[in-house]
Design a protein around this ligand. Structure first.
Ligand code: PLP
Length: 381
C-alpha cells in the first residue's frame, strides 16, 4: 500500500460524470423506483391519492395487481392472490397463526430465513420447528419429514444465495416460499409452491409495508381449515380475513395507495415487455456482468462459491486486502452511487449489489467501472 499521504480520503474521490451510471441506486431493498412510475403516480394523484380504498378507484388498482400477478406467474386455475398490510415480516406472523397446522421445516441460510424460523420456534401453539441450516454463502436442502409446511427462501437477500424452488421428494406438506427479493426477477413454476409471498419494495420497485401471497388451492383450503379450527388469531394477522378482503379487491385495513400504484406500474411494465422471462433475463444479464467482472478481478471474488447458487438479484462480492469495501462504498456514496454496503450482520469485506429488473443492465457495467475507478483513486491498484 502506498503511504497514506499519497491517497485521498474516500469522501474526496470524484468520479467523472462519463463513468457514472445513469441512476445511482443499487440497494437491495428498498430498491430503485423508476422515475416513469413516479411520474405516472404524480399524473394520477389528483383523482387517486387521498381517495377511499373501499371505492372503485383504488379497488381497480388492487384488481389490476391480482390479475396481473396471476398472469405474470402463469398461475394455474384455482390459485389466488392474497394481500395485506405489513410486509413480509408480518406474513411470517400470520403464517404462524393461519398456515402452519402443527410443525414447519425451515431451510435457514441467512438473516431472513432465520427470522421466520424464530417466529415459529416462539409460537406456543406450534411444535418446535425442524431447522436445517447451512453456512452463509450456501443453502441447505430439504428432506421429507412429518411437517405440514416446508419454509423455503427463493433468494436469501442477506447473503446473495438463491435456491431453485422444487417440492421435496415424497413430501406432502405445503411448500411456502419467502420470495420477497426473488419474486418478479427469478423464474418459478407455480406447480412447485403452495404459497409464494413477497413485498413490493424489491423486484417490484415499489415501497414497503404490503405483503402479497400467491396461494394454491391446497393453501387456500389450509387457511380455511386452520381458520375454522378455533385457534386464536389476532384480526390483523388473520389469513381468512385477508382472503375475504382480497377477494373483494381490498385489504383489511388501510394500505398505502402509492405503494399499490407503483407496484401495478412495475408489474405492467414487466408484462408489456415479455413477462417474467423477460424480467428474469434482465437480472441474469446484470448479475452476470457483476460476477464476470469479479471473477476476472485482482481483488474481487464472488462470495458464493457455487455459480448456480449465486443470486441473480443481489450479487455479493468479497474484496481482498488491502482493498477496503467499506471505503469503496463511502466513496461511491458521495458520488451519488448508493446502498452497496453489505448486509451488516454478515460482517465481511464485501459489497452487495442489487441487480433487480428495474436497474438498467448498462448501469451495472458503469458500476463496475466506478468501483475500479475508486480502487485506483484510493491507491490500491
Ligand atoms: C426484505 C426481505 C424480508 C423482509 O421484508 P419486509 O417487507 O421488510 O418485512 C423478508 N425476506 C426476505 C428474503 C427479504 O429480502
Amino acid at each position: 500500500m502506498p503511504p497514506a499521504s499519497s491517497s485521498p480520503e474516500p469522501e474526496d474521490v470524484r468520479i467523472p460524470r462519463d463513468v457514472l451510471p445513469s441512476d445511482g441506486r443499487f440497494g437491495s431493498g428498498p430498491s430503485k423506483v423508476p422515475q416513469r412510475a413516479v411520474d405516472a403516480l404524480a399524473a394520477a394523484a389528483p383523482t387517486y391519492l387521498g381517495t377511499s380504498h373501499r371505492r372503485p378507484g383504488v379497488r381497480s388498482v388492487v384488481g389490476r395487481i391480482r390479475e396481473g400477478l396471476a398472469s405474470l406467474f402463469a398461475l394455474p386455475d384455482g390459485y389466488e392472490v392474497l394481500l395485506g398490510v405489513g410486509g413480509s415480516t408480518l406474513f411470517w406472523d400470520a403464517a404462524s397463526f393461519g398456515l402452519i397446522e402443527r410443525r414447519s421445516q425451515h431451510l435457514v441460510f441467512g438473516e431472513f430465513s432465520s427470522k421466520f424460523a424464530k417466529v415459529t420456534a416462539a409460537a406456543p401453539h406450534l411444535d418446535a420447528p425442524e431447522i436445517i441450516e447451512s453456512a452463509p454463502g450456501t443453502h441447505p436442502l430439504p428432506h421429507a419429514s412429518d411437517v405440514d409446511v416446508y419454509a423455503f427462501t427463493h433468494n436469501e437477500t442477506s447473503t446473495g444465495v438463491m435456491m431453485d424452488i422444487a417440492r421435496p421428494h415424497d413430501a406432502d406438506g405445503l411448500v411456502v416460499v419467502d420470495a420477497t427479493s426473488g419474486a418478479g426477477a427469478l423464474r418459478v413454476d407455480p406447480h412447485d409452491f403452495d404459497v409464494y409471498y413477497f413485498a413490493p419494495q424489491k423486484a417490484f420497485a415499489s415501497e414497503g409495508g404490503l405483503w402479497l401471497a400467491l396461494c394454491s388451492p391446497r393453501a387456500v383450503e389450509r387457511i380455511e381449515r386452520v381458520g375454522g379450527s378455533g385457534r386464536f388469531a389476532p384480526a390483523s394477522l388473520s389469513l381468512p380475513i385477508a382472503l375475504e378482503n382480497s377477494r373483494l379487491e381490498q385489504t383489511y385495513n388501510t394500505p398505502a395507495l402509492a405503494t399499490l400504484f407503483l407496484l401495478a406500474e412495475q408489474m405492467e411494465w414487466m408484462l408489456r415487455n415479455g413477462g417474467l422471462e423477460w424480467a428474469a433475463s434482465r437480472s441474469d444479464r446484470s448479475s452476470e456482468t457483476v460476477y464476470a467482472w469479479a471473477e476476472a478481478h485482482r481483488y474481487a471474488t464472488p462470495f458464493v462459491a457455487k455459480p448456480d447458487e449465486r443470486s441473480h438479484v443481489t450479487a455479493t462480492i468479497d474484496f481482498a486486502e488491502p482493498v477496503d469495501a467499506a471505503a469503496i462504498a463511502r466513496a461511491l456514496r458521495v458520488n451519488g452511487v448508493v446502498d452497496v454496503e453489505p448486509y451488516r450482520k454478515l460482517g465481511r469485506n464485501q459489497l452487495r449489489i442489487a441487480t433487480f429488473p428495474a436497474i438498467e443492465p448498462e448501469d451495472l457495467v458503469a458500476l463496475t467501472r466506478c468501483i475500479d475507478y475508486v480502487i485506483e483513486a484510493l491507491g490500491w491498484s
